[in-house]
Design a binder for this molecule. Structure first.
Ligand code: FAD
Length: 139
């Protein structure tokens, strides 16, 4: 059996890579670590359909936990990779776990760049990056 692949980051890139591995016939273990507590979802609707109410968070999901399990992708939500031991080929995660890899894919995306706003405006600026941010906008 081919060696395990660990993917850090369960955004578009991470989950599509996991599914593409299965589509391409990769039969070894695939682990997907996602910092967020929800299944992988599309971000574009966060600033569009979710804000207008035309879409629900549920239909922004790229792959449900069940669908990932069916494809034998070991998905760990709310689990952040905190260290990579390159010599031992091991990713350590925030839940205390260790994930051995033959191949490691880092798909951690980017963070929003904070604007350098005057102090009176800064509290009015909100980030729109995660599902929770979009929910906060709609409240
Ligand atoms: C509001 C908004 C609207 C957008 N609209 C469009 C659009 O209309 N058209 C378009 O083409 N693109 C759009 N984009 C951009 C598009 O969503 C991104 O290009 C895409 O999400 C990038 O995917 P990614 O997987 O590389 O990164 P991300 O989606 O950022 O996913 C990375 C994931 O990795 C997780 N992560 C980070 N560090 C760790 C760690 N140490 N351990 C575990 N997990 C970790 C993060 O929490 C995140 O879930 C939009 C983005 C946003 C935020």
């Amino acid at each position: 059996m081919p060696g395990p692949i660990v993917i850090v980051g369960a955004g578009q890139a991470g989950v599509r890579a996991a599914l593409a591995l299965r589509d391409a016939g990769f039969d070894g273990p695939v682990t997907l670590l996602g910092a967020e507590p929800v299944p992988p979802y599309e971000r574009p609707p966060l600033s569009k359909g979710l804000l207008t109410g035309e879409r629900d968070p549920e239909n922004c999901t790229i792959a449900s936990t069940e669908a990932l399990a069916e494809r034998r992708v070991a998905f760990h939500p709310a689990t952040t990779a905190v260290a990579i031991d390159r010599d031992r080929r091991l990713v350590r995660s925030s839940d205390g776990g260790g994930h051995s890899f033959a191949r490691l894919l880092l798909a951690t995306g980017r963070r929003p760049r904070r604007l350098d706003l005057p102090p009176d405006l800064a509290p009015l600026a909100h980030e729109l990056r995660h599902l929770e941010d979009a929910r906060a906008f709609s409240r």
